[in-house]
Design a protein around this ligand. Structure first.
Ligand code: MN
Length: 188
């Protein structure tokens, strides 16, 4: 009974796509078209990620996507818990930086132009922003088929349910009122 349940309802997910029966695999499982197309950057941070998720990445430990930045667009501080990242600039110019772990918290940062790439080690907090006057775009590749994304601000102030505001206030060295005001901006 349990085995049946496992087979029927508990398909293995490695990167958000189920592992397919090898007999059913076809060329399109290893194919994606569209990373030449800009993502829609009409949002508060003027930034969009296009993830190319395919069955064929499963178990290979790789993934690729595209990021688009309108002028003043940025990718807020975040981490990918399961993969290192390569950021290759396709268009425009971006600033990128990552911070090493506790206790050094050393910032490594660089301005990139077309054809440049920068590597972000697995799990470290990093950010990017468009420093040009036109649009910018990057190809982002990962050493995992499911690198994950944790935005520091969303995880801290936008969790559901909320992290106790007095704890957040002490952690960010702000008063509790400010802490709950920030939490309200991340809700809904
Ligand atoms: Mn990243």
């Amino acid at each position: 009974m349990c085995f049946f349940f496992f087979l029927k309802y508990w398909a293995v997910h490695v990167n958000g796509k189920v592992c397919k029966d090898p007999k059913l695999v076809e060329a399109d499982d290893f194919f994606f078209s569209g990373l030449h197309l800009p993502g829609n950057t009409s949002n508060a941070i003027r930034f969009q990620i296009t993830s190319a998720i395919i069955h064929g990445f499963n178990t290979l430990g790789i993934a690729i996507g595209r990021a688009d930045f309108a002028p003043n667009g940025f990718s807020p501080p975040h981490t990918h818990p399961r993969g290192s990242e390569i950021v290759l600039v396709l268009e425009g110019s971006i600033e990128i930086g990552f911070v090493t772990s506790h206790p050094e918290n050393r910032l490594f940062t660089k301005i990139l132009k077309v054809g440049d790439f920068f590597v972000v080690p697995q799990g470290l907090v990093h950010f990017q922003r468009n420093v040009g006057e036109a649009n910018a775009a990057t190809i982002t590749a990962f050493s995992s088929q499911f690198p994950g994304l944790i935005r520091v601000s969303d995880a801290s102030f936008g969790s559901d349910p909320k992290i106790p505001s007095d704890l957040l206030a002490k952690a960010f060295r702000i008063d509790e009122k400010t802490g709950s005001q920030i939490q309200k901006r991340f809700s809904g």
